[in-house]
Ligand binder design. Structure first.
Ligand SMILES: C[S@@+](CC[C@H](N)C(=O)[O-])C[C@H]1O[C@@H](n2cnc3c(N)ncnc32)[C@H](O)[C@@H]1O
Length: 451
């Protein structure tokens, strides 16, 4: 299982590269399949073509590279179901699109999904020429670039059901797909014309924001940077379809990024898509943009709207625990220390036996401690423990704490009841799907009228 944990040490994308030669045997398989398809016809190779055009590259990726390498580089190939779902939004637009760009194309899954909507020409050769002019893809892994070219060619054969006599010689794929290139999609794209459509599932790994970045500083998701770059390489009317990590939709750190997006484009849709795939434990959403359009539509980032008058933040101050254990430096005064492993779910804890020296902010009970780790679709998203006592406490960073404004234990008990409700978990699943609850998401939780 690949998870969304960011690597501990932040490296730039250029520092972490998956070696192309590791993927080369799979590219050889695609080459052999193309030769066999040209020789025998697409019908004779139906089953092999179907696998090569669906999840096979993603399976090979997991077989050939380690999970940590995939995670550090943010490399996940999109299965056909999700890729087709993404591009369906532009099904009517794609046949007339003269330039479709995927700036981080991997093995071409999104371009393959787009090419399923491109028109066929009289012969497979003419179809390949037409697709080659329309489709542009960049990746920094040369084996992925080759795989994209082979797979687009295989799709042309599959869709045209071409006869074996039509093409006899080896296909000069670099010439047929001159715009599928080994190249960084984060730099200037230098296209002769702006794209009609951009499709992108960018790397979800982390890097440092450029000094010139106006919407963030420090460590940020590369997916956010990629989107900024997609907008810079667009023109008015360019349509962008993206698969993005949920943190960009919901994280308070990305509020300015969301503002930047809505200042430059109209958001036509934001669709929560759940876990990326069976093995990749990252929650994603699908975003559809139109650059420069001013439709006057207010952007909704698919946050649930509150139907109640009050929310948790009206009754509680919510904070993230400030103690990061490995950063404790034996300075500060001794204080009681709480962390998630010590706190039994839904219980009331009065006595804590652990102590640390801590110089930062401490909190006076009573409060509700809520575990931050909370996967989307857990049965209960917000697991709480009531903490009482008469001394200030140091709180570990995997906990959120909700301090009642009226300082009453009874108000904390009511919050525990609210957290237990199925409706709370359902609300939270819509509000935030990444692994960690945030101050904002707990604060926005509707406070039921009956409490
Ligand atoms: C999440 S994968 C998505 C691949 C493909 N678009 C898909 O949906 O299956 C991200 C891809 O971005 C590529 N990548 C990483 N950094 C890049 C960069 N600076 N420029 C272009 N591609 C990059 C990786 O090699 C990887 O193939």
């Amino acid at each position: 299982m690949i998870d969304s944990k960011a690597p501990t040490k932040t490296r730039t994308l250029e520092e972490v590269v998956l070696h192309p030669e590791t993927f080369a045997p799979y590219v050889d398989h695609l080459a052999t399949l193309l030769v066999a398809t040209v020789r025998d016809g697409a019908d004779a190779r139906k089953a092999e073509l179907a696998s090569a055009l669906d999840g096979q590259p993603g399976q090979q990726l997991r077989k050939l590279y380690t999970i940590s390498d995939l995670r550090d580089t943010g490399t996940y190939f999109t299965g056909s179901a999700l890729a087709n779902r993404l591009v369906t939004a532009l099904a009517n637009h794609l046949p007339g699109a003269d330039r479709v760009v995927d700036p981080a194309c991997g093995a071409g899954d999104l371009l393959v999904a787009c090419a399923r909507h491109l028109p066929l020409q009289a012969t497979v050769a003419e179809t390949l020429k037409d697709w080659g002019e329309r489709l542009t893809g960049f990746d920094i892994n040369s084996a992925f670039v080759d795989a994209t070219r082979y797979r687009l060619a295989l799709l042309a054969f599959e869709r045209t059901k071409s006869s074996p006599r039509e093409i006899r010689k080896t296909l000069p794929l670099e010439k047929i797909f001159p715009n599928i290139q080994l190249r960084s999609g984060i730099k200037e794209w230098e296209l002769v014309s702006a794209p009609a459509v951009i499709v992108v599932n960018p790397p979800f790994s982390y890097g440092l924001a450029e000094k010139s970045c106006t919407w963030a500083q420090g460590r940020i998701s590369q997916a956010a940077t990629f989107m900024d770059n997609c907008l810079s390489n667009s023109a008015r009317g360019t349509r962008i379809l993206a698969i993005l990590p949920d943190v960009l939709r919901t994280g308070s750190r990305y509020a300015k990024w969301r503002q930047m997006i809505t200042a430059k484009a109209t958001v036509h849709s934001v669709e929560i898509a759940g876990q990326f795939d069976e093995l990749t434990e990252i929650s994603v959403f699908l975003l559809e943009l139109e650059v420069g359009a001013d439709t006057g539509v207010t952007t909704r980032w698919a946050h649930p709207t509150n139907t109640t008058v009050r929310t948790v933040k009206d009754l509680f101050d919510v904070h993230v625990g400030p103690v990061v254990p490995f950063r404790l430096n034996h300075k500060g005064r001794w204080c009681t220390y709480i962390h998630s492993e010590q706190l039994p779910p839904w219980a009331t804890v009065r006595k804590i036996d652990q102590h640390v020296r801590f110089a930062g902010t401490t909190y006076m009970p009573p409060f509700v401690a809520i575990r931050r780790t909370s996967k989307a679709d857990y049965q209960v998203r917000c697991i709480g423990t009531l903490v009482t006592g008469s001394l200030p406490m140091a709180v570990e960073n995997h906990l959120l704490i909700a301090l009642p404004k009226d300082k009453k234990v009874g108000t904390c008990k009511k919050l525990l009841e609210v957290l237990k409700r199925d409706t709370t978990s359902a609300w939270m699943n819509e509000r935030i799907r990444c692994r960690h609850l945030t101050v904002g998401s707990v604060g926005d939780l509707p406070w039921p009228e009956d409490q």
